[in-house]
Ligand binder design. Structure first.
Ligand SMILES: O=C(O)CCC(=O)C(=O)O
Length: 283
């Protein structure tokens, strides 16, 4: 197995490995590299959905996403993110992740890591970006770090309650019905979380899911969130991934945000299989 950093700040490429067949020593090396680099890109993988789920499960129990429409038939732990249309309907979510976020932060026990396997890619577009929230936190002015240390923020899945996120007018009624059906309750998490394995602190707010600061004047809370979002999406903290067919990326949601960059031309296929490993209560 070769592990090669992908940028100065985030990510490593892993080659020479078949994830369908790894022993405990290889797993231990992967786990170490994951904690060091925060995103691993395993090249040239050809995993069935069952094999992806089995590898993912080595990191912990899998979660089933609330968006049940995009579940893979027969394997609810695998979610399909795809632009593929069959009989006039998308087979999975075509535009998931279109705002910066950390997975499932709107639940009490958010995602530890997400694994995304590229099974079909468009000729252009479809990149993914990750932002290093350790660096975003560590480079804040000391006064801001002191100010945010005791704060807690509210996270929601419901787009209609988040003014930073748009829902096209034509989809508003459908969105109302959908969120009434599947929206879990809000969750409250610390604005700064401590990584349970490394002890390093990271910002833990995102434009997609964080809608306010608890026990703070609304306008003041929104201004603070704007400041933290600007800080955490500075180019210096971001790694942008151009996918290759067969890539399986795996990232640490406890210290990163990510964004699906879009830009896939209409009619072109981008098809990813996704699994999410349950983490623990942020502190
Ligand atoms: O498709 C992508 O590039 C990212 C999707 C995403 O945001 C996710 O899997 O949570």
């Amino acid at each position: 197995m070769q592990i090669t950093p992908l940028s100065e700040i985030l990510g490593a490429e892993v080659t020479g490995l078949n994830l369908a067949d790894i022993d405990d020593a290889a797993f231990a090396a992967i786990h170490d590299a994951f904690l060091t680099h925060h995103i691993l890109v395993f090249r040239d993988q050809d995993l069935s959905p069952e094999q992806q789920a089995a590898f993912s499960r080595r990191f912990g129990p899998l979660d089933i996403h609330v968006q049940t429409k995009s579940q893979m038939p027969g394997i609810p732990e695998v979610q399909v993110l795809s632009t593929k249309v069959v009989n006039g309907k998308y087979v999975g979510s075509p535009a998931a992740g279109d705002y910066w976020h950390s997975d499932l932060s709107y639940t009490d026990i958010p995602t530890l890591c997400t694994l995304l396997h590229a099974r079909a890619l468009p000729e252009e577009g479809g990149d993914t970006e990750w932002s290093n929230m350790h660096l975003a936190y560590e480079t804040l002015p000391e006064k801001t770090r002191e100010r945010i240390a005791p704060l807690r923020a509210r996270h929601t899945y419901n787009r209609l309650r988040n003014p930073r996120v748009t829902v096209h007018e034509a989809h508003r009624d459908e969105a109302k019905a959908r969120y009434a059906d599947i929206s879990p309750d809000d969750s409250i998490h610390p604005v700064v979380r401590t990584h349970p394995k490394t002890g390093r602190k990271a910002l833990y707010v995102s434009p997609r899911f964080t809608i306010g600061i608890e026990d703070m004047d609304e306008a003041e809370g929104q201004a603070l969130l704007d400041e933290l979002f600007e800080q955490s999406t500075r180019r210096a903290f971001i790694y942008r991934h151009k996918w290759r067919l067969g890539d399986l990326t795996m990232w640490d949601n406890r210290c990163l945000m990510h964004l699906a960059c879009g830009g896939v031309p209409k009619g072109q296929l981008r098809h990813m299989n996704r699994t999410i490993v349950r983490g623990d209560v942020p502190y």
